[in-house]
Design a protein around this ligand. Structure first.
Ligand code: HEM
Ligand SMILES: *[C@@H]1O[C@H](CO)[C@@H](O)[C@H](O)[C@H]1NC(C)=O
Ligand SMILES: *[C@@H]1O[C@H](CO)[C@@H](O)[C@H](O)[C@H]1NC(C)=O
Length: 553
């Protein structure tokens, strides 16, 4: 039975209407479409209406289902989505490469997913498609050039130093403290993105007077996407079949989580307008030309003659939310998992600290005070730990894409069809949904070695990712930040930011595992495929990584 406890009153009727309309449109589509992927084996569907979607969204430990299916069916298999849709799930590097890198816009995002992003962000780079997306990308690219990213290093170091000083202050009194590491890192990266993106101080690290946005963000994914009810899963599935103008009405549904999302959105709108007023076309040019933040670059672009390089105000504000959302929890989440692993691998942590301190000695010897980009690059053990954490704990565990054309998917690893034939490529029809599990791809022993199921950064000194047979990703052949026309624009930004934080924090602090009674779980924000840590049995309290920290010897 469908539980309606997570919805109330009029929403139940609205949801019912949406689902009914979705089903009707689906049936119509089915009548005209008989080809499919029925010959690909996969787990039997547990429910006609919900398929595997409910079980997937409600995994207590993120990706345990995918890893189980990999053991049972190999690298490519078929599952059932809600409303009876077949889904092709794959961890095959060649299939992923074909979809993400070789097909340009021929594989697009799922409508329902894009709409989730639209509700939260508006018409920014993540939600726009086709020509509009090219325009956004073209305007944004210069802000993420290597040269420009370099100029952010002092900002990363200043905020990392601020966090470090706060911890030192607390430890002076207590010696050791158990702290919610994820919260600190999330606030620090929020402060960074605020300044880097639009020269705005979110005040997230300053305990007392945190900005409304910093508070508005806390646990947004856990509150809106974690462990959805069955009705919610159906409601979301129906989005793929509903015309966009109707979908836009969802934001006005007067219950949680839509009210929560709308409030955050309104808050952003207000801040965005204020920032445009302060930095926009009508302010004095002197201030503008000296600002280095991303927003100034976008505003400058807006003033150009060529309509191809202009963003209107609504798009500009959407870009601000987009950068804030895409650019802070991703980095802080990855760092959180990295420090967790360091706490469980004290020898590796000690080796990293030694390496950082020896480079520090070099910096001091030449009379410098801060690490340069080159110094950070020379920290091999730090870099390997970043790569290994992105491999083992990919914050975005999967992406889904829809084929826009009839196409043939190549496979690196053949599978057996339901009738026992060898399948080396899979014909897909326009409309086919494909679920690419990066968490799964990044556990393939064939690509990563027999110890792929353990966290071991030293593997990156062993394998030459450039020489791996199938190139899937922009960074160390990982697929954490996607690839191709819609690859993550900020992954380099994130890598430098992480290097700066690790250098500062590992040099000064010792990280030890949570106290014994605490068990950490990797939770899944079901509809966005985002992963975050929680304490087992206390997930309702939100994202948590209670590590013990003390001053390093
Ligand atoms: C560890 C850190 C990060 C991870 C794992 C990550 C992951 C991703 C992934 C998987 C996508 C593709 C989403 C999709 O196609 O549906 C993406 C896109 C994007 N990311 Fe990141 N990201 C990270 C850091 C950042 C940072 C720091 C920024 C900004 C400063 C950023 C900005 C963006 C933007 C703007 C897009 C949309 C690009 C487009 O659609 O053209 N990301 N990211
Ligand atoms: C996209 O699909 C069209 C139509 O099938 C095809 O002509 C084109 O080559 C494809 N583009 C890419 C980059 O594969
Ligand atoms: C962008 O340009 C449009 C039209 O040229 C103008 O109305 C708008 O105020 C500009 N916005 C910003 C933020 O510069």
């Amino acid at each position: 039975m469908i539980s309606t406890t997570d919805l109330t009153g009029s929403t139940v009727y609205l949801t019912g209407a949406f689902v009914a309309l979705g089903l009707l449109l689906l049936v119509v589509r089915r009548i005209f479409d008989r080809k499919g992927i029925k010959h690909i084996p996969g787990p039997p569907s547990p429910s006609l209406l919900l398929g595997h979607d409910y079980a997937y969204a409600c995994q207590e430990e993120a990706c345990s289902l995918e890893l189980q299916w990999m053991r049972e069916y190999g690298t490519t298999w078929r599952t059932c989505g809600a409303l009876g849709n077949d889904v092709l799930m794959t961890v095959d590097p060649k299939a992923i490469q074909h979809i993400m890198q070789k097909s340009s816009y021929n594989y697009t995002k799922k409508i329902g997913l894009t709409h989730s992003a639209w509700l939260l962000l508006g018409p920014g780079i993540v939600t726009v498609v086709g020509k509009d997306h090219q325009r956004h990308r073209k305007i944004m690219n210069p802000a993420f050039s290597a040269a420009h990213l370099r100029s952010f290093l002092p900002l990363f170091q200043r905020i990392a130093g601020k966090l470090s000083d706060r911890w030192k202050g607390e430890l002076m009194a207590t010696g050791e403290s158990s702290t919610l590491l994820n919260r600190w890192l999330s606030r620090a990266t929020l402060d960074i993105i605020g300044e880097a993106a639009f020269n705005y101080d979110y005040n997230a690290l300053d305990g007392g007077e945190r900005s409304a946005i910093s508070k508005g963000y806390e646990d947004i994914f856990k509150d809106t996407e974690y462990l959805p009810g069955k009705a919610t899963v159906l409601f979301r599935a129906a989005w793929d079949y509903i015309p966009t103008p109707l979908l836009k009405l969802i934001r006005y549904i007067p219950v949680h989580p839509w009210t929560r999302i709308r409030n955050l959105n309104a808050l952003f709108e207000e801040y965005g307008r204020q920032i445009i007023r302060e930095q926009g076309p009508n302010t004095d040019t002197e201030k503008k030309s000296t600002s280095k933040d991303i927003m100034s670059i976008l505003i400058k672009a807006n003033a150009s003659e060529d309509p191809k390089t202009r963003l209107d105000d609504e798009e500009l504000i959407a870009e601000m939310f987009t950068l804030t959302l895409a650019g802070h929890e991703t980095t802080s989440g990855t760092l959180t998992f990295l420090f967790w692993e360091l706490s469980k691998h004290p020898e590796y942590q000690a080796r990293m600290r030694d390496e950082i301190r020896s480079v520090r000695a070099r910096v001091t010897a030449r009379g410098g005070s801060e690490f340069t980009i080159e110094d950070l690059e020379s920290l091999t053990l730090t870099m390997n730990a970043i790569k290994e954490t992105l491999r083992f704990h990919p914050i975005v565990v999967a992406l889904q894409r829809v084929a826009e054309i009839d196409d043939v998917l190549p496979l690196a690893y053949p599978i057996a069809s339901t009738s026992g034939e060898v399948v080396t490529e899979i014909p897909v029809r326009a409309g086919q949904l494909i679920h690419m599990s990066f968490a799964g791809y990044q556990r393939l022993p064939d690509v990563w070695g027999e110890d792929a199921h353990v966290w071991n950064p030293d593997r990156f000194s062993r394998i030459e990712t450039g020489k791996q047979t199938t190139n899937v990703g922009v960074f160390a052949n990982l697929n954490v930040a996607a690839a191709g026309v819609r690859a993550c624009i900020g992954w380099r930004f994130s890598v430098i930011e992480m290097q700066a934080f690790i250098a500062e924090l590992v040099e000064n602090f010792q990280f030890d595992p949570p106290t014994e009674e605490v068990e950490i779980q990797r939770a899944l924000a079901g509809f966005l495929f985002g992963m975050f840590p929680v304490v087992k049995g206390q997930a309702e309290r939100g994202g948590a990584m209670p590590l013990r920290i003390s001053l390093a010897q």
